[in-house]
Write a protein that binds this ligand. Structure first.
Ligand SMILES: Cc1ncc(COP(=O)(O)O)c(C=O)c1O
Length: 401
């Protein structure tokens, strides 16, 4: 067996199952889960229709790993409309089966484990795939903490120079999961300078880019590069997904875009890995990327939901409207003395609401787990259900005095 497999950590939801194994949820309330970050708004009908219409011919031949030119053109055209970028669809865009597999596969393409101290830097808390991708590529993750005093911006300054010197890949997540924080241009500039100095690749995970609460849409990694005159996007690759934008997590569709010198070896890797996208999924994806009306409506629903729920919760706990994403990243009240797992267990036992302990989304580094004392609430259900959960959480906290 590959010994690196033993380095993988249990997924947060597995740990949640274990945490709740001995809890009896209150029978007085129907269950509500804010635990899993899976979009639950309805999939638009036109996307389903495009998928079924493609069944006629779509299953009869092997797809090319590079995808159909029409799909790559649709992705590039979306990047043009959204960020003002002029990408070459043939060399700077590649479809992937959701951003998860691409985040993982990119590390396997980029990392040279034979180079001493191969390191992958990523935020802490973080999406667990970054860490697993680093381990299985034969690298060591370095956990860069988010800073609550700066709206959960990642404290890149705290990463020592000798770590940057051996870094081969940096994952950034903007808008962030779980913090919802969006990286400003100045932060991008710092990271580009570090990448230039040390030669590492930046993978920009942007799967929440279309769910935002400010007037300004979140800055994209390639957009930041363009604004700073880096028009070749050297050492930069952005990962974008339809899962949250278009409410199709089951479609498994996204794309990567950026440095053509990275996309080429990535395509080679993917050819052997066998990760071509089904033509049926490609057809549905083209329809989804070409339409923006459903994305505007989706965002409106999230905005309405967050506007209703956030004030209820902020009256009893440390939480604020994030820049973007569909999470609330809240501090547990003082009565729980920073114990996020106890908070989650008691909430389930007394009010049948599931939330995810923040410590499960982060690792202890330098003696501190930056997720500790926080919980993540995914507001993915309908507004009425999220409001009901929020009311129960308010009661739960108030009953503790
Ligand atoms: C930060 C982050 N990146 C990537 C993904 C993967 O999304 P998908 O593979 O559906 O594109 C998720 C899913 O929850 C996520 O939270």
């Amino acid at each position: 067996m590959n010994p690196l497999l033993s380095r993988l950590q249990p997924y947060p939801f597995e740990r949640l199952r274990q945490l709740f194994a001995t809890v009896t949820p209150s029978p007085d309330y129907p269950a509500i889960s804010l635990g899993i970050g899976e979009p639950r708004h309805a999939t638009p009908e036109f996307i389903k229709s495009a998928l079924t219409a493609a069944l006629g011919t779509g299953l009869a031949s092997y797809p090319a790993t590079a995808g159909e030119p029409t799909l790559r053109e649709a992705c590039a055209a979306w990047m043009q409309r959204r960020y003002g970028l002029e990408l070459n669809p043939a060399t700077q865009v590649l479809p992937v089966n959701g951003s998860r597999e691409a985040l993982f596969a990119l590390a396997q393409t980029v990392i040279d484990p034979a180079r001493a101290g191969a390191t992958v830097v990523h935020p802490n808390p973080f999406y667990q795939i970054y860490e697993g991708a680093a381990f299985l590529a034969g690298a060591q993750p370095y956990y860069a903490p988010s800073d609550p005093s700066r709206n959960f911006a990642v404290d890149w300054e705290s990463v020592p120079d000798d770590v940057w010197a051996r870094t081969q890949l940096l994952y950034v997540c903007s808008p962030g999961n779980p913090t919802g924080a969006v990286m400003p241009l100045a932060e991008w500039q710092k990271l580009f300078e570090l990448s230039d100095r040390h030669g590492f690749v930046i993978a920009s995970d942007e799967c929440y880019s279309e769910i935002y609460f400010r007037d300004e849409p979140p800055l994209g990694g390639l957009e930041a590069a363009m604004k700073l005159g880096r028009t070749d996007f050297r050492n930069l690759i952005a990962l974008t997904s339809l899962s949250k934008r278009s409410n199709v997590p089951g479609l498994r569709s996204g794309f990567v875009a950026g440095d053509a010198a990275l996309i080429k070896p990535f395509l080679l890797y993917r050819t052997y890995h066998g990760s071509a996208m089904s033509p049926v999924v490609q057809a549905a994806s083209i329809a989804a990327w070409n339409d923006e009306a459903h994305v505007v409506e989706n965002r409106r629903m999230y905005r309405e939901k967050f506007a209703a729920v956030t004030p209820l919760l902020s009256a009893v706990m440390d939480v604020a409207l994030p820049d973007a994403s569909f999470y609330l990243w809240a501090g547990v009240p003082a009565a729980w003395q920073g114990n996020d797992t106890a908070f989650a267990r008691e909430l389930l036992a007394q009010y049948n609401v599931t939330v995810l302990p923040g410590s499960y989304l982060a690792r202890e580094a330098a003696g501190h787990n930056p997720g500790q004392g926080r919980i993540r609430m995914a507001l993915v259900a309908e507004t009425a259900e999220c409001l009901e959960a929020a009311r129960r959480i308010v009661q739960f906290i108030q009953s503790r005095g």
